[in-house]
Ligand binder design. Structure first.
Ligand code: GLA
Length: 370
């Protein structure tokens, strides 16, 4: 254990394309961003762990070894991380203090939860010199989310937070965690996120339902003489040939998943060629699929994406993350960003009576100690 304080910066993430694909073993294209959670670790004299959120003016105190679930959601990210680290490295933890501040908005689809859990796991790893690998840190954070929070997420968010690099997108193959960096070069275009400021309580249960429906689709296909491990491995023709075995809604969702995976691979390849126009079209197609077929959008997200459709200075736009609220991601020409934000905000306000929050962001390093 160090005697001096250490500071960890843990970023949020964007995802350019490839939504609801990670838990189906396909490809995603995320990146870590410049909006971050800052965690400062200091020593404590006994076995008390104190975690304090300075922004929310709240804290928890835990005794080492007593990591049972809480009724407070954010605490469960922390407790889950402590629990799974304690399992992997028994008897290594003692008390410490951690204070947290953030410029990463929570509940906006930028994965502040993975930033918190991966930041916490990275900090504990450094503080106690536990020698955890990146993959172990991601898995600890993911298990905390599954078993302490109850959202059956994939690996994309944790992967982006841990493996992110400045100005690089990560083309991640979720079936085996192989990945490559792709330079995020879109010339004069910048990433503008529009936060709908909507977050639906049902998002987590609807997310888990989608995941179950995909598992059901895979079961149906495998019961008909195949043995695919992931839905993204199923060729569209195979899915199509079994159409009559599916309820329409399950078929439509499975088709979306297979096509979204193909779109992501195509997006990565056109990005390498600098073909930004096609990239933008793929983003719009992704949104249509998420909204109409996979049904994880909402009126507010649809409005903001539709709003951009005739704007020449917007290359592409789509909902981002789990859905049911949160942000749209837009690639906007740098000369028009101010006007874009102003006009979209006015239109959104007059349609819904809600003020949106614009977030201009750049791709920046993954979690690290500073
Ligand atoms: C959330 C989950 C991710 C991923 C996205 C949708 O962010 O945490 O694992 O499934 O939704 O792409």
């Amino acid at each position: 254990m160090s005697t001096q304080a250490i500071t960890i910066l843990s970023p949020g993430r964007i995802n350019l394309i490839g939504e609801h694909i990670d838990y189906n073993g396909g490809h995603v294209l995320p990146a870590s961003i410049d909006k971050k959670i800052k965690l400062q670790f200091e020593s404590a004299s006994d076995d008390t762990i104190t975690i304090q959120s300075l922004d929310y003016d709240t804290s928890i105190e835990i005794q080492v070894g007593y990591f049972a679930k809480s009724t407070v959601e954010w605490e469960n990210y922390v407790l889950g991380v402590l629990h799974y680290i304690d399992r992997l490295r028994p008897t290594m933890l003692t008390g410490f203090k951690c204070s947290i501040t953030s410029d990463l908005p929570a509940g906006s689809g930028l994965s502040s939860s993975a930033a918190l859990s991966c930041g916490m796991a990275t900090g504990i790893n450094e503080w106690f010199q536990l020698g955890l690998t990146d993959l172990e840190i991601m898995e600890i954070a993911r298990k905390a989310e599954h078993n302490y929070v109850g959202t059956m997420c994939g690996i994309m968010d944790q992967f982006a937070v841990v493996k992110g690099q400045q100005d690089q997108l990560i083309l991640l193959d979720c079936k085996d965690h192989s990945y490559e960096y792709i330079p995020a070069q879109w010339n004069a275009y910048k990433i503008v996120l529009l936060n709908t400021n909507i977050s639906h309580n049902l998002a987590s249960s609807a997310y888990n339902e989608r995941r179950r429906e995909c598992e059901k689709a895979l079961e149906i296909i495998n019961s008909l003489g195949h043995s695919y491990k992931f839905l993204c491995e199923v060729p569209l023709e195979v899915l199509h040939s079994f159409k009559e075995h599916f309820e329409t809604s399950t078929y439509t969702k499975a088709k979306f998943v297979i096509e979204e995976n193909q779109r992501t691979l195509l997006a990565a390849s056109v990005l390498k060629d600098g073909n930004l126009k096609t990239l933008g079209e793929l983003m719009y197609r992704s949104h249509q699929g998420l909204s109409n077929e996979y049904q994880v959008s909402c009126l507010e997200l649809d409005f903001l994406v539709n709003y951009t459709e005739d704007l020449d200075h917007v290359l592409g736009s789509r909902m981002m993350g789990g859905g049911f609220g949160g942000c749209t991601i837009n690639l906007v020409h740098e000369n028009f960003i101010d006007a874009f934000i102003e006009n979209a905000s006015t239109a959104y306000q007059s349609q819904f009576g809600i003020t949106l929050t614009p977030i201009i962001t750049v791709i920046n390093d993954g979690v690290k100690m500073i």
